[in-house]
Design a protein around this ligand. Sequence first.
Ligand SMILES: *[C@@H]1O[C@H](CO)[C@@H](O)[C@H](O)[C@H]1NC(C)=O
Ligand SMILES: *[C@@H]1O[C@H](CO)[C@@H](O)[C@H](O)[C@H]1NC(C)=O
Length: 204
Amino acid sequence: MAKFAIVPILASALYAFSLLSSSFVVAAPATGGEEEESYGVFGRTVNRKKLLGSKKEKLSHFRFYWHDVLSGMNPTSVMVVKPVNGSRTLFGQVNMIDNALTLDPDPSSKLVGHAQGFYAPTSQDLPLGMLMAMNFVFIEGKYNGSTITILGRNPVFNAVREMPVVGGSGLFRFARGYVQLRTHNFDPKTGDATVEYNAYVFHY
Ligand SMILES: *[C@@H]1O[C@H](CO)[C@@H](O)[C@H](O)[C@H]1NC(C)=O
Ligand SMILES: *[C@@H]1O[C@H](CO)[C@@H](O)[C@H](O)[C@H]1NC(C)=O
């Protein structure tokens, strides 16, 4: 008699286990190849091929010059917040920028895009360091309209500085990487600067 009572218990335990394990299969991406698409109200895992097609991640290098123009009738870099009184590191200053990006150091050379955003000195003591947050909006060729986003710390008096590329749009979806900066020239009287940027970006 006891023999018969065990059977339904075993069966329901097996059924519960199969429910559990199948829900695990749906929730976790399948390893080694295609991922499952599991639908939820808010979030879901996505089939990579359906979203990206046959695109493979590639590594690109771009070199251009960034022109920070504070002087003259048409500055592209404008102080919108003054530094705190007496700060020799300009702590607290904020400059909003829409700086030209050109192919060569000459500002009248080919325009490839703009750097839009702001920078702000964030070191209370020397050495001077800036928080930089900007989008590079490219206008050149197939990159027209695509952007990469830079967010980082710029110790402006170092020979070489580095900041992260934290993302992008258009051809730069899923972008990650870094930029290296070298000051090409700096006018201490006006504050105008031309900076060489080398960007190394993974994207699809
Ligand atoms: C700024 O600092 C100077 C001296 O360093 C002082 O004379 C002046 O009153 C200060 N201004 C303000 C608004 O605190
Ligand atoms: C970039 O795209 C805009 C429209 O999105 C167009 O007006 C402009 O001519 C394009 N520039 C280049 C250099 O292709």
